[in-house]
Design a binder for this molecule. Structure first.
Ligand code: 5RP
Length: 219
């Protein structure tokens, strides 16, 4: 209950990064749901949104926020999304909700990534608690699993989950992530991998942390 209050605080605080007349990149998940709620209150002052998941698209449409196709725009000022874990270098594990691929594409276009989290998401070392999600082409699932085992991880097939792109998710446990950039590259290079939920090469630019103390801004 209280965690939801922290999520609501940061979801609304992220409105400060939304520019008049602009298009806003919108992530996915329960924290972002509060941001979408907040965004609806300024919908007449923005052009619209680029959405990272079918779930967010439905919510945005329901609230009357126009949706744009990323292919129709050249740049994006801001992307607001959450994370499953974040370290002090602003590197993140994302993909708990399975929307990692579209999230990574939008993050790559955005000039500013505003990460909104509750305090539980801050960690010293990524991957110790939360497994690293990897989106894979279904026919490559076994190959990718074997390769992930060679990297020291224990992949688990997220049974029954089909991503918005028609793919599968492997959740990789017990990876010791000391060099997040290098691990991101290694996993991305395995044939059959669509995206790894390690956001290290392109981390967050601003982090809003919700806690009992209110919203802490880390830049
Ligand atoms: C979805 C994500 C989410 O940002 C992440 O799972 C956090 O979600 P929540 O706000 O529900 O805790 O990466 O793919």
């Amino acid at each position: 209950m209280i965690i939801n209050e922290f999520k609501r605080l940061v979801g609304w605080a992220a409105l400060n990064y939304v520019q008049d007349g602009g298009i806003v990149g919108v992530g996915s998940g329960s924290t972002v749901a509060y941001f979408i709620e907040a965004l609806a209150t300024v919908k007449n002052f923005i052009k619209g949104a680029i959405s990272s998941s079918d779930f967010s698209s439905i919510k945005l449409k329901q609230l009357g926020i126009p949706l744009f196709d990323l292919n129709d725009i050249d740049s994006l000022d801001v992307y607001v999304d959450s994370a499953d874990e974040i370290n002090r270098h602003m590197q993140m594990i994302k993909g708990g909700g399975g929307a990692l691929t579209r999230e990574k594409i939008i993050a790559a276009v955005a000039r500013k990534f505003v990460c909104i989290i509750d305090i539980r998401k801050q960690v010293d070392i990524l991957g110790k608690k939360f497994p690293l999600p990897v989106e894979v082409i279904p026919m490559g699932r076994s190959l990718v699993s074997r390769e992930l085992r060679c990297l020291g991880g224990q992949p688990k097939y997220r049974c029954g989950t089909v991503t918005d792109n028609g793919n599968n998710i492997l959740d990789v446990y017990n990876l010791k992530i000391f060099d997040a950039v290098s691990l991101e590259e290694k996993i991305n290079n395995i044939p059959g991998v669509v995206t790894v939920g390690m956001f290290a090469r392109r981390g967050a630019d601003v982090v809003l942390v919700g806690s009992e103390q209110g919203v802490q801004i880390i830049e």
